[in-house]
Design a protein around this ligand. Structure first.
Ligand code: NAD
Length: 347
């Protein structure tokens, strides 16, 4: 079967990274995508906007990946699924500190169910959404894939460590399954059309949506957590990467897995821009491209935050033929375009 005819399952496909990845897959010629979501942190409207952007209507089903019976039923309904990109998970660090049991339940069970019921029904390839948070509070920068993990700083991060271990053990136990874990650094920005982007159901915890929501008046004022870290301006350093760059890396990873045929294979790749940017630098980039200054204050450090982290993404370049192309300004301008689109369209 031609690669673009393979049936690919996207879990969490109406969410932020999932919806951008569906667009990247459609643009790369993939014709047979099935997306599932339980809409715990997104809405079905995403698919309408994907259709407006691409002209393609994406098959989608409401399904809770943490529920074994629903996942088993899904794979019976779509027996042709051969590959999956598994995004579905809760992702808030502070929420995971407050409700660890819910994070372990949802994030770990979802991966188990997709692997178990998928592999019983012909699934042979999986891409797992991991996170740079697996590295913990790392001292040696930039971080590459061989950097040993420090202690996970939050239950959320630990669910990603568990997910990676589970996936690696799963591949070892099979003869014909291949998989990769992609460790995202800090995905931000929105599709260049401004029609899809990050849409938190509750007050966001990530910096860029907090900035744009404050600039537009949804949030009165936001807090920068800590300006006494040992960094160049005292605020935390992150490696921001445009969500469309992340989306394109999934297309590259999928091609890699299919090109391997039935070979047993598991590997991990960092997805970052390689540039460390402080919180204040990110805010200033936003002010520059939007001409709008959001109100913020300096608050105490927040539990679970790592001080500084940025990526060495050379392995993704050599292994996937992928590099991040979009600039910090583009991340901020597209995020702002999306925020304005939300206001205009009552989203
Ligand atoms: N955005 C980031 O900063 C970031 C960084 C590193 C890793 N990740 C990981 O990438 C993945 C996607 O993140 P995102 O930013 O698009 O988040 P998101 O919340 O926008 O998307 C996740 C989607 O999964 C859905 N979902 C959650 N639990 C589900 C379940 N049990 N069944 C079905 N659907 C479920 C949500 O409704 C949502 O649409 C997650 O696994 C996240 O942990 C995200």
């Amino acid at each position: 079967m031609a690669l673009n005819e393979e049936q690919i399952l996207i879990t969490g496909g109406s969410g932020y990274i999932g919806s951008h990845t569906i667009i990247a897959l459609i643009e790369a010629g993939f014709k047979n995508i099935v997306s599932i979501d339980n809409y715990s942190n997104s809405t079905e409207e995403s698919y309408k906007r994907i259709e407006k952007i691409t002209g393609v209507s994406c098959t989608h089903v409401k399904c809770d990946t943490s529920d074994a019976a629903s996942v088993a039923q899904l794979f019976r309904q779509f027996p042709g699924i051969s590959g999956a990109i598994h995004f579905a998970a809760h992702k808030s660090v502070p929420e995971s500190v407050a409700h660890p049991e819910e994070y372990y339940r949802n994030n770990v069970n979802s991966l188990i169910n997709v692997l178990k019921y998928g592999s019983e029904n012909g699934l042979r390839k999986l891409i797992f959404s991991s996170s740079c948070s697996v590295y913990g509070n790392i001292q040696s920068l930039p971080v590459n894939e061989n950097t040993p993990f420090e202690k996970a700083e939050s239950p959320y991060a630990f669910t990603k460590v568990i997910g990676e271990n589970l996936l690696q053990d799963f591949v070892r136990s099979r003869t014909d399954f291949n998989a990769v874990s992609l460790r995202y650094f800090n995905p931000v920005g929105a599709h260049y059309s401004g029609m899809i982007g990050e849409l938190p159901n509750q007050r966001p915890n990530n910096l860029v949506p907090v900035i744009t929501q404050t600039a537009i008046g949804k949030i009165k004022e936001f807090s920068v957590f800590g300006n006494d870290y040992p960094t160049r301006d005292g605020t935390c350093i992150r490696d921001y990467i445009h969500v469309s760059d992340i989306a394109e890396a999934h297309v590259a990873a999928l091609k890699l897995l299919y090109n391997m045929g039935t070979a047993k294979y598991y590997d991990v790749f960092n997805l970052g821009s390689g540039n460390g940017v402080t919180v204040l630098e990110a805010i200033n980039a936003f002010i520059k491209v939007s001409g709008t200054t959001p109100k913020y204050n300096i608050a105490p450090r927040r539990q679970g935050d790592v001080i500084a982290i940025y990526s060495d993404s050379s392995k993704a370049q050599s292994g996937l033929g992928w590099t991040a192309k979009r600039s910090l300004d583009e991340m901020m301008s597209t995020a702002w375009k999306w925020e304005l689109y939300c206001r205009e369209n009552g989203i």
